[in-house]
Design a protein around this ligand. Structure first.
Ligand code: NAD
Length: 378
């Protein structure tokens, strides 16, 4: 089979769904690989590098889409892209079926088979190597710290020099999921004092192991909403949490917020008042900007200064580290390809008896198979 990798056309998207390193491995599995000219340019992968890895280059999108048996994508395809997908072909990438019902119908009408990487059952330990939500959230968390450091006027680490004593920066991370933990690691690595809070108390040990301090809300309430995700907390908890966050806002130099609740708008954790209470020159990076923001003053997609505090609401953090995020994403898709091609004969087989593959498969030969039945308890 021929795997095709088009250039991503979503505005500002810099990633690409494969890398030269992975192309070499796909060729070893028996696949032919075609990459659209310029597809990797924004991620620093040249056409020449893809050629050297064993791919051939399609001059344009039409040549790419109409030739591929399997298409590797990052973003969900547009209607125009779907109309170029070969009938009966396979598409692998982010799809978000719940948010994109029309796209699902279009894909079904093409008699496609679609593996949505966002539908991977993440709790299966076997699935971790294919977990692109995790790889991309880690990159975003790291980049959030880099953006904060860039906007902050001081060192992160404390220093005693002949020119004076510099205190370490204090960083508070709201939400210690995948992105939050990556941010804790990056900020601690730069030498900052790092504190973090999450409604799921079970993450405390992970925060500590990455060099952070876990700050508790003074209110007893279980924060897990199932599947490792958070739930909306009670009014009482929220009030206690606001009091604690208000205290942190006065003390710290940098706040990075990552809090999300599946299917709900992002919880508002940082009020305008808290921003106003921060020291001038402080920085907030709101990683939940696209889902409505954790901070009341965030403007999605932009950095703004309010009350002397820089509030960064960039929604393209992963694209700001496109080579890294593409490399990791490419490896996630390669691991999936290995699962789909156990015979190493260059042909993918979608085994619906396999829990991980069943979860991912949202359209099979033109039939919508999403949502997958819940996993049987292990
Ligand atoms: P997410 O992006 O949905 O949310 C980010 C974090 O925000 C979560 O930790 C959540 O608890 C926290 N949060 C939500 N509301 C909050 C509030 N009001 N105040 C403070 N914090 C709040 O989560 P994610 O990063 O995608 O991770 C979700 C879960 O999936 C985690 O438990 C993670 O360990 C788990 N996971 C498991 C596997 C696996 O088992 N293989 C792989 C990846 C992720």
């Amino acid at each position: 089979q021929r795997i095709g990798v088009p250039r991503e056309i979503f505005p500002g998207e810099q990633r690409v769904a494969t890398s030269p390193e992975v192309v070499e491995k796909l060729v070893k599995l028996g696949f032919a690989v075609t990459v659209e000219s310029g597809a990797g340019a924004a991620a620093n992968f040249s056409d020449e590098a893809f050629l050297a890895a064993g791919a051939d280059i399609a001059a344009d999108a039409t040549a790419l889409w109409t030739k591929a048996d399997v298409v590797f994508k990052v973003r969900p395809p547009t209607p125009a892209e779907v109309s170029q997908l070969r009938e009966g072909a396979t598409l692998i990438g982010f799809v978000w079926p719940a948010q994109n019902p029309e796209l699902m119908q279009q894909l079904a009408a093409r008699k496609a088979t679609v593996l949505a990487i966002d539908c991977l059952p993440r709790t299966l330990s076997r699935a971790q190597k294919m977990d692109a939500l995790t790889s991309q959230a880690s990159v975003a968390g790291y980049r959030a710290v880099i953006e904060a450091a860039n906007a902050f006027g001081r060192f992160f680490n404390g220093q005693i020099t002949a020119a004076g004593k510099v205190p370490p920066a204090k960083v508070f991370i709201a939400g210690a999921g995948v992105a939050g933990l990556a941010a804790i690691g990056a900020a601690a690595g730069l030498g900052a004092i790092v504190r973090a809070n999450d409604t799921r108390a079970e993450v405390a040990d992970q925060v500590i192991s990455l060099g952070g301090e876990f700050v508790k809300v003074d209110y007893e309430e279980e924060g897990s909403g199932g599947g490792g995700y958070a739930k909306v907390m009670s009014e009482g908890f929220q009030a206690a949490q606001r009091a604690m966050y208000a205290q942190q806002a006065r003390e710290v130099d940098i706040i990075i917020t990552t809090a999300l609740i599946p299917g709900k708008p992002a919880p508002k954790l940082i009020t305008a008042e808290m921003v106003q209470s921060m020291k001038p020159g402080s920085v907030i990076v709101d990683m939940a900007a696209e889902q409505g923001g954790n901070c009341e003053l965030t403007e999605p997609g932009r950095a703004v200064v309010k009350h002397g505090v820089t509030i960064i609401g960039y929604t393209d953090l992963v694209s700001r580290l496109a080579k890294q995020s593409s490399s990791l994403y490419a490896t996630n898709l390669f691991r999936l390809t290995e699962e789909l091609c156990k015979a190493k004969d260059g042909v993918m087989h979608v085994n619906m008896e396999d829990d991980a593959i069943r979860g991912l498969t949202v359209v099979k030969d033109g039939t919508i198979t999403w949502p997958a039945p819940p996993l049987k308890a292990a």
